[in-house]
Write a protein of this length. Structure first.
Length: 335
């Protein structure tokens, strides 16, 4: 069975202009995932890992101790690479420029949600890490600026996630399909287990926090009722599955077929998920696997970010299901 390291080296020839830099970054993410696999799987046994960190992040959300640990683990792993010019995380207000000589001469910047779904960690529910890689747009040899981090998702050169569940999996794309690797702790290696993943065109699962139903836009309410009552006979009714961790819900729907929805609501009119850290990387993966991703009106990857922590509504998964919800949103506009 092919290891992630072997797979990265094998595919390196597809990106001769990268000269191994992209492979080096993916190797750093692989190393971070191994550390986090260890820490997450021992969370119930190690003091000072579970629970709140006692501070809020820039989103105004209570940070968990493992949020901070994951953020620091990934930042340190990337800083050790010669290939990374800067780093932005959901857990910090501003981006970090790696202002060493090697950092200024590096080509790539990374954005990450270090521990997606961390509110679940204390109750032993699957969580994940999301990452996104771009080529910088500012001149090589100078420090990175905010401009480097505010690129539309269509410019991503790689994106992926790690899901820490019953097994730990790393799933990523470099723009030539999506591949998944399962971690074998006895070998200390990620092994190719899901080659060329494709999202089914149509699924029978819808994933949404229905607790917010009364505050959703009219078109989304109508689509949820359609899922419950009016879906095609062979799939009726659709199954509702919602974990509360984007990585976990997305991963299930990508393998089995389905749609993930986090619409705007009266309590968060701009949406709740972060465009740069969550929506863009997952949208890139979805499209590379044959699915779609939208904010309900337009393609996620076409949105020009205006701020580092910008939020967006998010609909992603099986192509036919995303097209269907977009039609409902168009047909039932809010008055």
């Amino acid at each position: 069975m092919k290891s992630l390291g072997e797979f990265i080296i094998e595919k390196q020839s597809e990106y001769p202009e990268a000269k191994g830099s992209l492979s080096g970054i993916l190797s750093a993410i692989r190393l971070s995932a191994k550390f986090l696999h260890r820490d997450i799987n021992k969370a119930g046994l190690i003091n000072d890992v579970l629970g709140d960190a006692g501070a809020e992040n820039v989103q105004g959300e209570q940070q968990k101790k493992l949020d901070v640990l994951a953020h620091e683990t990934i930042k340190k792993a990337l800083f050790m690479r010669d290939d990374v010019a800067g780093f932005a995380s959901e857990e910090e207000e501003n981006f970090i420029a790696f202002n060493t000589e090697r950092g200024k001469n590096a080509k790539y910047i990374i954005l990450t949600d270090p521990l997606d779904g961390s509110s679940n960690i204390d109750v032993n529910v699957a969580v994940g890490t999301i990452f996104s890689i771009y080529r910088r747009v500012t001149p090589i040899g100078s420090p990175v600026t905010l401009e480097d981090f505010l690129q539309p998702g269509s410019r991503q050169v790689s994106a992926g996630y790690v899901v820490y569940g019953s097994s730990t999996m790393l799933v990523y794309t470099t723009g030539n399909g999506v591949n998944g690797f399962t971690y074998d702790p006895s070998l200390g290696m990620f092994l190719l287990s899901h080659e060329n993943i494709r999202i089914p065109e149509q699924g029978s699962i819808y994933s949404v926090n229905e607790g917010g139903y009364v505050r959703f836009p009219q078109g989304v309410k109508k689509y949820i009722k359609y899922c419950q009552e009016e879906a095609p006979q062979e799939n009726r009714p659709y199954k509702s599955r919602y974990i509360g961790s984007l990585v976990s819900d997305f991963h299930r729907n990508m393998l089995k077929g389905g749609i993930y929805m986090y619409p705007q609501a009266s309590s968060y009119p701009q949406g709740k998920l972060r465009l740069n850290y969550e929506c863009n990387p997952m949208a890139f993966l979805a499209e590379q696997a044959g699915g779609l991703a939208s904010d309900g009106k337009q393609r996620i990857l076409d949105i020009q970010p205006q701020s580092l922590h910008q939020r967006s509504p998010f609909f992603t998964g099986s192509r036919q299901m995303v097209e269907n919800v977009m039609q409902f949103i168009q047909d039932y506009p809010d008055e």
